[in-house]
Design a protein around this ligand. Structure first.
Ligand SMILES: O=C(O)CCC(=O)C(=O)O
Ligand SMILES: [Fe+2]
Length: 474
């Protein structure tokens, strides 16, 4: 928390310095109709690749667009109450996270939990292994577990986005391969060759996308979108930012879908007459390089490759129609999966045993390092997992039960850690205990307990604010 506060202050200083240097002037930006657009793209935005709609299989468009609409229809897309510069704000866009089962994505002090996507692979593997009883049964268990968590409509929607994810993995891999050999065009050619590489085998440059963050916004229902401040690009649906919590140098792939169901009268072609949504790009902390504004039609995709996400910032400029995007990412999940946090809990609980007859609990070691470790894990499971999950009002459990059981288990582990803290405190307060030992135990506890106290206050504040504003969520 402290670290992110100071980096927020740092950013604020930089932002103010930039605005000061600009002194009310606007930095130029180029759109496709402007001369020099292509050169600027090639020289200053080399990691941006556009994949126009006709480069994707037509039936995939159909499935993905139907999936996005049905996820929205089911109420899966919600505005996140995120924490920016110590304040809670609702995102302008409504969002949902889909991805590998048990994965999470953390942004703006908020951890989102995946609605698991259902891959064909699991189903095919099961069919192929019908003969082998034990394996078949094991897979069935996995599959049933996944399948039972949401109904058929949601499963189909998740599967469509998984298919899109699979397409992106292959396509980005193919582009990486090609760019190793030549400086190809930035606009990927339609149907440009069949991808040789299997995404699931991974590649040295592109890890698999493991999550997608879906976005939705209908600009006609938003009364106060911010104006883009540096270039005068127009209203922003998502302000300038770097994507957080990604594996370094990993790509981001985005599918753009502007809704057409409420077509303008007389408009024959899809987005006829309506201002399109645009992607805005700028070089981070730079006021000399012109910005780039790239209009997106329905079905168009773009990729941010290499370290473009680090060296540049992007924003989303609102068009006139309602619009979805599916933003596929390689989330940095070394401490962001259910498997990880379960392992951590086990590690903490190893220091306590319960007498099966009496139920009496006992700590194995009172060494400062053992105590510190379990108290740190205690904080981690409480603040990074349980409170994050509760705070979002168990947003998915209405339509997907995947996280219910794991969260109950984590809560149970947390309860055990609470009794570990009690046992440790009892030692620190025990008069019959050697003075030196008591001091050592108290000192080992203090930092984690202080942090716990501060975090509990912050979360209490977030909860009160959140409850007050909860009605504005959808
Ligand atoms: O919707 C888009 O095109 C991108 C959204 C975005 O930048 C994000 O979700 O991080
Ligand atoms: Fe982004």
């Amino acid at each position: 928390m402290k670290r992110s506060d100071s980096s927020e202050r740092e950013k604020k200083r930089k932002r103010q310095k930039l605005l000061q240097e600009l002194g009310g002037q606007r930095i130029p930006f180029l759109s496709p109709a402007d001369s020099g657009f292509q050169q600027l793209w090639e020289s200053s935005y080399p990691g941006l690749v556009l994949r126009r709609a006709d480069g994707l299989p037509p039936d995939l468009h159909g499935r993905v667009q139907a999936a996005l609409c049905s996820l929205r229809g089911r109420g899966c897309l919600l505005r996140d109450l995120v924490r920016v510069r110590g304040r809670d704000v609702f995102t302008s866009v409504s969002r949902a996270l889909l991805g590998l089962p048990g994965y999470t994505y953390r942004y703006l002090n908020t951890r989102l939990f995946t609605i698991p996507w259902h891959s064909e692979e699991v189903e095919e593997r099961k069919e192929g292994e019908q003969e082998d009883k034990s394996q078949g049964e094991a897979l069935e268990e996995v599959e049933n577990k996944d399948k039972a968590c949401c109904d058929q409509e949601l499963r189909a929607a998740c599967k469509a986005l998984w298919e899109l994810n699979h397409f992106f993995c292959k396509d980005v891999y193919r582009i990486e391969e090609a760019s190793d050999h030549e400086q190809g065009p930035k606009e990927a050619e339609a149907g440009g060759g069949s991808p040789q590489a299997q995404c699931s085998k991974g590649s040295p440059v592109t890890a698999q996308f493991n999550v997608t963050l879906l976005n939705y916004m209908d600009p006609t229902t938003m009364d106060q979108l911010k104006e883009e401040p540096y270039y005068g690009m127009g209203k922003m649906a998502v302000g300038w930012h770097h994507d957080e919590n990604l594996v370094s140098f990993s790509s981001v792939a985005v599918y753009n879908y502007s809704c057409q169901d409420d077509k303008v009268e007389g408009g024959s072609s899809e987005d006829a007459g309506r201002a399109p949504w645009r992607l805005g790009l700028k070089v981070a902390w730079d006021i000399n390089t012109p910005g780039l504004a790239v209009p997106l039609q329905t079905g168009d995709c773009y990729y941010l490759r290499d370290d473009l996400n680090r060296t540049h910032q992007h924003c989303v400029l609102a068009g006139e129609a309602a619009r979805f995007s599916s933003t596929h990412r390689v989330a940095e999940c070394s401490s962001g999966t259910l498997e990880y946090i379960r392992r951590r809990c086990e590690e903490a609980l190893e220091n306590m045993s319960t007498n099966p007859d009496t139920g009496a609990r006992n700590l194995h070691s009172l060494s400062p390092s053992a105590l510190q470790l379990s108290e740190e894990i205690h904080n981690e499971v409480e603040f990074e997992w349980l409170r994050q999950y509760w705070f979002q009002g168990r947003r998915y459990s209405r339509f997907c039960s995947w996280w219910n059981k794991p969260m109950e288990e984590l809560e149970e582990s947390w309860r055990e850690m609470e009794s570990m803290t009690q046992l440790t405190l009892a030692v620190a307060e025990d008069d019959s205990c050697e003075e030196q030992r008591r001091k050592e135990v108290a000192e080992a506890l203090l930092p984690a307990l202080t942090e716990r106290q501060q975090h509990r206050l912050t979360w209490k504040e977030r909860r009160t604010q959140g409850l007050r504003r909860g009605a504005a969520r959808h």
